[in-house]
Write a protein that binds this ligand. Structure first.
Ligand code: PEP
Length: 262
């Protein structure tokens, strides 16, 4: 059975003081919850990583970077490497977020190099995959998702693919008033699992987590978690307050219990 995931990326929010406040509040809000069956992550900005790592130490919350470079060190002004993330206390790294592709010109070819480095040092990649509105309108969503995923995982042995968390984040649904519809999410998650099945085999497809992100809230999260191929939630704005993320963690924990009983 796949462990469900509850995650949030803070983007360019929460400096050191706010990170401490958030961590203290989140810890107290989730202290009484049974989170033993799920994985929880928070992705602070780089300057808050070490602080957040200490502030969440001993809690169910692990931290991760929002991006990284593919080299270990060198003349790459403004960049952060995988060993630096590890040293700062990270367990995860987010790759290919829509805003990285849109504003910073990242491509899945660069993402492939980053993913390879992350895997080689033991960071868990959260690999974002998602189609643009135009690609959706042209009926090309699954073709785009296949190309993104296969480019990013090219060169990885099949047996290691389940270590990657695939995050389906339709680019037209990020930062919006509404998430994609449950029917649409179900179709894309099924398609993503079928891509894994075709290229990496049944066992890899069954083991790999595919989480959904894009305008998730505590209100719509429960229905999204009911979808068979959805293995967790990746939340932006609705989790920028500790209270909101605590509600998401609770929803995911409850969904994990339901799946265990089913
Ligand atoms: C995101 O940016 O990855 C995201 C899911 O944001 P939001 O939940 O705010 O749409």
């Amino acid at each position: 059975m796949r462990r469900l995931v509850a995650g949030t990326g803070w983007k360019m929010n929460n400096g050191i003081a706010d990170s401490i406040r958030y961590a203290e509040e989140l810890r107290s809000r989730i202290a009484a919850m049974d989170t033993s069956a799920i994985d929880v992550y928070v992705l602070p900005p780089f300057t808050s990583l070490t602080t957040a790592a200490y502030a969440f130490d001993g809690s169910p919350v692990a931290i991760g970077g929002q991006n990284m470079h593919w080299e270990d060190s060198g003349s790459w002004t403004g960049e952060i490497s995988a060993p630096m993330l590890l040293e700062a206390g990270c367990r995860y790294v987010e790759l290919a977020h829509s805003e990285r592709l849109q504003h910073f010109g990242e491509t899945y070819e660069l993402v492939r190099r980053k993913l390879d480095k992350a895997m080689s040092v033991g960071l868990i990649p959260i690999l974002c995959l998602g189609e643009l509105a135009e690609e959706k309108a042209a009926g090309r969503a699954d073709e785009v998702l296949a190309s993104q995923m296969l480019t990013a995982i090219d060169g990885q042995p099949d047996t290691r693919v389940p270590e990657i968390i695939m995050a389906y984040e339709p680019r037209w649904a990020i930062g919006m008033a509404e998430a994609a519809s449950p029917g649409y999410i179900a179709e894309r998650h099924r398609a993503l699992r079928n891509i894994l099945r075709k290229h990496c085999g049944d066992e890899v497809a069954e083991k790999t987590r595919i989480i959904y992100g894009g305008s998730v809230t505590p209100e719509n999260g429960k229905d999204i978690l009911e979808i068979e191929d959805v293995d967790g939630l990746f939340v932006g704005r609705a989790a920028w307050k500790a209270e909101g993320f605590a509600r998401i963690v609770e929803l995911v924990s409850e969904a994990a219990r339901r799946k265990q009983l089913a």
